[in-house]
Design a protein around this ligand. Sequence first.
Ligand code: ADP
Ligand code: ZN
Ligand code: ZN
Length: 749
Amino acid sequence: MTLFENDPRFTPSRDHIIAVSVPVPLRQNFDFLVPDEIRFKPTVGARVKVPFGNRKLIGTIQEIKSSSDFDEKKLKKAISIIDDQSLFEAPLWNTLHWLTRYYLAPIGEVMDSAMPVALRQGINSEPASKQSWVLTDHGRSASMDELNRAPLQLAIIERFMRNSPLTANDFKATASSWRQAIGALTKKGWVKQTTNKPTLPKRDFTPPRELTLTGQQQAAVTSLEVSLAAQKFSCTLLHGVTGSGKTEVYFSAMELVLNAQQQVLLLVPEIGLTPQLIDRVEKRFNHAVVVMHSALNDNERHAAWWHASQGSARIVIGTRSAVFSSFKNLGLIIIDEEHDASFKQQDGIRYQARDVAIYRAKQHNVPIILGSATPSLETYLNAKNGRFTLLSLSERATKVNLPKIQLIDLNVQPTNDGLSPAMLEAIKETLTRGKQVILFLNRRGYAPVLYCKDCKQAAKCHRCDSYLTLHRRANRLRCHHCGFEGQIQSNCGHCKSTEMVDVGEGTQRVEDALLLRFPQATVLRIDRDSTRRKGELAHVLEKARSGEADILIGTQLITKGHDFPDVGMVGILEADQGLYSTDFRASESLFQQILQVSGRAGRRDDIGHVFIQTRFPDNPFFDKITSHDFNGFADDLLLQRQAAQFPPYGFFALLRCESVHQSKSLQFLRKAKQDMMPREGVWIMDAIPAPMERRAGKYRTQLLLCSNQRSALNNTLAEWLYFTATNSEAKKQANAVRWSLDIDPQDHF
Ligand code: ADP
Ligand code: ZN
Ligand code: ZN
């Protein structure tokens, strides 16, 4: 007999089968019988524990039904139903199902990615209540003389006088007998135990000084007010040059939504790089904020998820995966630096968080704002053809003009350790003015190649098709692709010659050169090597901001939205690699990087200067850069993309494969191409080795599919996936290699 036999909404004799998604890489649900003894009536979206092979898995109920396509006598019983209601609100549920179809992803894995780890393990959706103790009225008025001979109890009572309630955590540093002391005080009736629902900490809040918005900011806010008042879906590109005060525009929009008792989701590229933004949000709004990022532990993540889903967290700030948070009353989504590559997940389910967020905003019927100084071409095109509303901020908020960008021709100015005489002169001049210098070089380590003068061979990674990078600080050779690390050999591995030279510059070599040339200056290197340990990045950025450092040399970590106060110049040491790359997106991201890092210069009073070292000063690319002409650049690029039917005009999907056997990897993709039945308008290229074929000992290959119709591409792949899952020969081949499907791939490596 089930507990819900009399519940009219659930008739066990009829609806006795549940279709369940489980976290396995299979694109299907599995049917189970509802167990006899259940605590909760089955509900779509609730978690359920099921037997799967010889394991027990936590899955999600996808459907409740009265019959199965399988022999019912062979169906297994689910073990238990964990939740009494769905963990996913309806708009989120719809978004996850859209994502599953659009990215052709395994449903159980999609569901899992939308849950904090704690929930994937099956624990209660409400975080455990915290045990704590409070001082009673009796305890408050009691005479402390009684405790003269119990110093620990006295000390504890004194703590309660200052602070109540206290939790076990608060006594971590106290003598281990504190539990006994509390027990004695409880007996006396001076303190008592309570359990608290999880709460968000209170912050000290002082209302901020109000800024007067600039005319352009005000115009943008007025337009957003209209969208927000309409209380329906709209997508706005806030295209504002660096320093134009986009954040203030976000804040004005957020204020309206928060005043209407709704929640805001703010997606950012990388939490470590945006401590200022979080700080600014917390200073501006007297509302509970939760921040979701990779450094949270499982409990913290669970708590953050809970507060968002209950509506107690009014502002949710997070990276890519925060797009899957559950909300009670979402009113607005904002994506800051929407062009940033980190919004695309590069493994597992390869979703683009920006696209997911737009779909989700539609489901909630709320506005979404995409902000950037250098929008992605996809977004730019949508704004251009009117699918998105375009709001432009063409002037800086602080009345300082955009920096002056100049080129240094490396054909007449040879470099030493990556620095040309003109660049050195500019650095010197900037330091004399007491301003900060930022140098951008997107290559960490000391030298990218260790080369033998005699046999002309370079030290290579034995697991990858790549050279080893020389790291002087650690005195090691490292592979930046697989993590291999080895000793620096003084002899050539091929001919045993001792004539080994390090060629090219990484950030470490430039740092050394700067220390030598500018002994008085404080040089700070910002790259993954100098910020590897926890907290180091925040520390280094703080040092940069405080003005303690005179020269910052760094990789793309320094190009992101930092607001360093006193940068007089920015030097770009190497721009040419992106100009002639085989990756069709390289010039787009180079343009974005240069304008972003240039935007760090001259944000307060004096105009900033930017110097770019290049061997190709006549490349038209640089005309657009020096005139800050993002639109002109983007329009040109769109014409090229349109002619080639590349994204955002054509749509790509990439089937990637890897195997320790070179032939197997290619064979699988060749067979895949044979098995595919392309719909009209779908082109399937030939299977080819990846640009870097061998990586971490595996041979990597790829098969590119293109179409100017998303649905044709999607159908072709869906059919192939079905065939591969059901045809025994195809299945065998697919299981012999590792493969993955990437819809709208961001890179082709
Ligand atoms: P963006 O994100 O567009 O690059 P920010 O929002 O970081 O720009 O703003 C750049 C700087 O301009 C910040 O220091 C900010 O405090 C300042 N600012 C923004 N709006 C105004 C305004 N209306 N008046 C004065 N200063 C402003
Ligand atoms: Zn040699
Ligand atoms: Zn390697």
